[in-house]
Write a protein that binds this ligand. Structure first.
Ligand SMILES: Cc1cc2nc3c(=O)[nH]c(=O)nc-3n(C[C@H](O)[C@H](O)[C@H](O)COP(=O)(O)OP(=O)(O)OC[C@H]3O[C@@H](n4cnc5c(N)ncnc54)[C@H](O)[C@@H]3O)c2cc1C
Length: 291
């Protein structure tokens, strides 16, 4: 399955991102999670990859499980941080043998383990990795974009210039980091178009799963908690897990309504390996004939 062909249809493409289960208990739940979410007929699923190769085997096994055992359209990720060209090739050869046709290429971040030593020939930026893959493989490639600017970037404009490099080097679609104000996304797309980026740019949707997780992820990912969302979160007690989930579903559903009204090419759900929020949001949008 080549993702770029899906985005050529005039229907919003629904994609769902998963990380490989971390332990046997998570593995046991993973099958049920996939069965629940795949029953919604998403256009494709995707599997993350831990930088430095930390989830290399788990990512491979998860992609294999989805694409071979369950016959689900699946995109595999690769994060280049710390890996040498031969290690990258070994991962990609494995994916090619499984029948993967689309690879989402990211740089990744330095792993937190103290003893991690990056390969001396590892790639500094995703754009370099994209060039390398393009020169050796026939995969369709995607890359990441940041509506509020990447956390290390000097400015949003500089970051978009580097995004353009990823497209020029061979990426054919962009999945955006999540955001809690659609204006960030619309402004980002407008700036990208002005800089000559013409490929599909897909908004990432991260429902609030818990107050703590939202606060933690916001710091790591550079996605602002807007005053509107903050007010809603503050109105909940920190113990109110059900309230936070419900708020997350309602807030994200409203965000999706606004995005679909502007004709976005798709919605990419960061499921965090949980089914309920994504399931509720998609079901609601379908009931409203928005999907
Ligand atoms: C949809 C999505 C999925 C993700 N999946 C994963 C995953 O599976 N595993 C994982 O580890 N991480 C994942 N990430 C996180 C990602 O790895 C981090 O955000 C990482 O810090 C940047 O990756 P990148 O590919 O955007 O990097 P790059 O595009 O390389 O950019 C990194 C930084 O360097 C700057 N830059 C780029 N090129 C240059 C240049 N030539 N000179 C100077 N500066 C430059 C950019 O402005 C940016 O600040 C994902 C992010 C998104 C949005």
């Amino acid at each position: 399955m080549r993702v770029n062909s899906l985005y050529k249809n005039n229907q919003p493409v629904i994609s769902m991102e998963f990380f490989p289960p971390r332990d046997p208990a998570a593995q046991e739940k993973f099958g049920g999670l996939i069965d629940t979410l795949s029953s919604l007929n998403p256009d494709y699923l995707s599997v993350t990859f831990g930088a430095g190769g930390s989830t290399k085997d788990g990512s491979y096994q998860t992609v294999k499980n989805l694409i071979v055992d369950k016959e689900l359209p699946t995109v595999a990720y690769i994060a280049g941080y710390g890996l040498g060209p031969d290690e990258i090739r070994a991962v990609l050869d494995g994916y090619m043998e499984l029948g993967v046709e689309t690879i989402f290429v990211i740089r990744g971040d330095k792993p937190k383990t103290k003893d991690f030593v990056p390969h001396p020939d590892s790639f500094s930026y995703a754009s370099e990795l994209i060039s390398f893959i393009k020169a050796h493989y026939d995969f369709t490639l995607g890359c990441a974009g940041y509506p509020e600017g990447h956390i290390e970037a000097q400015s949003l404009d500089t970051d978009i210039r580097y995004l353009k490099q990823k497209i020029d080097n061979g990426a054919e679609y962009v999945v955006a980091q999540y955001f809690y104000d659609n204006e960030y996304f619309f402004n980002f797309v407008e700036k990208c178009r002005k800089q000559g980026i013409t490929v599909p740019i897909v908004p990432g949707i991260m429902p609030v799963y818990s107050i703590k997780m939202t606060q933690m992820l916001s710091k790591v990912c550079g996605s602002s908690i807007t005053p509107e969302l903050e007010e809603k979160l503050n109105a909940l007690s920190s113990e109110d897990t059900e309230g936070a989930l419900t708020l997350g579903i309602e807030f994200a559903t409203e965000q999706c309504r606004g995005l679909l009204a502007e004709g976005v090419p798709g919605l990419h759900f960061y499921t965090m390996d949980r089914s309920r929020s994504t399931q509720r949001i998609i079901t609601q949008l379908r009931q409203e004939n928005l999907l």
